[in-house]
Write a protein that binds this ligand. Structure first.
Ligand code: PMP
Length: 332
């Protein structure tokens, strides 16, 4: 007996990335009496369970194509978790070494997952060069990356720093895949898209694609509220992982991958509010998502309640799984 080969059987996790499902949150709509549709794009269906699998694959394949990345190199990246996890899974499958430098507020399960894929995890606090400049880094995401490059990357040989903050492969993969999937799976019937902003890749790529298809589609960004930003003085403030404030920040502190020209509105959400909606949607519609997803849902509900949005379809991009937050306050 011989089996006929079938495309249904994939040969790399890269083939499992994307084409994530859309789910209308009908119970949430009903419970809150919403007159607009809220449709969630569930990025936890990616093979390493977050939207960053797309970005990780895109950046690695781009570096391979350019000849910048070979098996002699070690990939290095600094990330709040999901990019590290996506890179770790893909690096494992492709046989690359990976070192992930993480900020100290990253949840324990993220660190464990990265290690489980065989990558090395280095907390910022264990890098003396970074500890020495902690005050310069404080709250300044872009400065942190520049200092990381100078103090950590440039002092090592045979490393490839992918740098999701200004790597064009980051927004490009959302322009090429996430955006087109939304357009295809809604038959172009989409009025509003809401996404959070960390590196800006998601919103810039999706927004860029959809605005070309239909400039009337509104793109709304979610950022942390003023009371949800930790600092050296107030490190105990809970933050929304991976999401950064950008609306009232000087340009040089905003990542290059944030394309403000495709963003119609910015909504601020505090962490506690974000957590409440992540809990609510788990109980009502049975989807377990993280804090940033809760923040996006909070913004979506605010937008859905506006009278001018009655009957409209709001697509929300939910970046990751709630399983990545079990050690945090989210589900306590
Ligand atoms: N939510 C989570 C949980 C994330 O990890 C990230 C990325 N760091 C984002 C939102 C923001 O996505 P982007 O970097 O594409 O702006």
């Amino acid at each position: 007996m011989s089996l006929v080969s079938t495309k249904a059987i994939k040969t790399s996790i890269i083939q499992l990335i994307g084409n994530t499902p859309l789910l209308q949150l009908v119970n949430l709509e009903k419970q809150l009496g919403l007159q607009a549709e809220i449709v969630a794009k569930l990025e936890y269906f990616n093979p390493a369970n977050s939207i960053k699998d797309r970005v990780a694959a895109s950046m690695i394949e781009q570096a391979e194509k350019n000849g910048d990345l070979t098996k002699e190199h070690t990939i290095v990246e600094t990330t709040s978790g999901n990019t590290g996890i996506g890179l770790a899974a893909i690096a494992a499958a492709k046989g690359y070494k990976l070192k992930v430098y993480i900020q100290d507020n990253v949840s324990e399960e993220r660190t464990k997952v990265i290690k489980a894929y065989g990558a090395e995890v280095i907390p910022f606090s264990e890098v003396p060069e970074l500890a020495a400049v902690a005050e310069e880094i404080d709250g300044d995401f872009v400065a942190a990356i520049n200092i990381f490059k100078k103090e950590v990357v440039d002092k090592q040989e045979n490393v490839v720093f992918l740098n999701q903050l200004n790597n064009q492969g980051n927004p490009q993969v959302h322009f090429d895949t996430t955006g087109p999937e939304i357009w295809r799976d809604t038959d172009g019937q989409v009025d509003i898209v809401i996404a959070s902003v960390g590196t800006g890749g998601t919103i810039s790529g999706i927004g860029g694609f959809l605005k070309e298809k239909n400039p009337n589609i509104q793109i709304i960004a979610v950022e942390p509220g003023l009371n949800s930003i930790a600092s050296i003085e107030e490190p105990e403030i809970p933050e929304i992982t991976g999401v950064h404030r950008f609306s009232d920040i000087e340009d040089e502190r905003v990542p290059d991958n944030v394309n403000r020209s495709v963003i119609d509105e910015v909504i601020s959400v505090e962490t506690e509010q974000a957590n409440q909606y992540a809990r609510l949607v788990a109980r009502l519609d049975g989807i377990l998502v993280g804090t940033s997803s809760g923040g996006i849902l909070s913004a979506a509900i605010e937008v859905a309640k506006r009278s001018e949005n009655e009957g409209k379809r709001i697509v929300v991009i939910l970046p990751d799984t709630g399983l990545r937050y079990l050690s945090t306050d989210l589900f306590n």
